[in-house]
Design a binder for this molecule. Structure first.
Ligand code: PRT
Length: 104
């Protein structure tokens, strides 16, 4: 099991837990829209560090982005396995082919 699988399982286990007992439970209790908003904030923070070219801070912000992506997926009951399967499906196909298949 990868660290992402383990983290997703931990996040899933926090659903319905006492919001005072865990940051994840508290965030999930605020609903999927709040989880999405939080993901957006963390993504912007990562973008800022990438533009500033601060690799140490970018590493930390990227970890926050991954964590909040998993919380957002869990909040909408989208299994991490489905996202990984989609990435697997795309393996070996050109990014240009992928873009064309979406009509872009
Ligand atoms: N990876 C993380 C992780 N990354 C970031 N965060 C939290 O996400 C929050 C985001 O930081 P912010 O400064 O934006 O949050 P804030 O200012 O406190 O909140 P706002 O008022 O801005 O909404 C911080 O409080 C971090 O602690 C995380 N919280 C939990 N995890 C993982 O989730 C597991 C379960 O955590 P709990 O649910 O807290 O037990 C942990 O063992 C970790 O592995």
């Amino acid at each position: 099991m990868s660290i992402l699988d383990e983290l997703y399982a931990t996040i899933e286990a926090r659903k319905g837990a006492d919001p005072d007992s865990s940051w994840t439970a508290k965030l999930l209790s605020k609903g999927p829209e709040k989880c999405a908003e939080k993901f957006g904030e963390e993504a912007v923070e990562a973008i800022i560090e990438a533009v500033r070219n601060d690799p140490q801070k970018l590493k930390s912000e990227a970890a926050d982005v991954l964590y909040h992506l998993l919380v957002m997926l869990a909040a909408r009951d989208v299994p991490l396995a489905d996202v990984l399967a989609e990435l697997s499906r795309r393996q070996g196909t050109s990014g240009l082919t992928e873009k064309a298949s979406r009509g872009q």
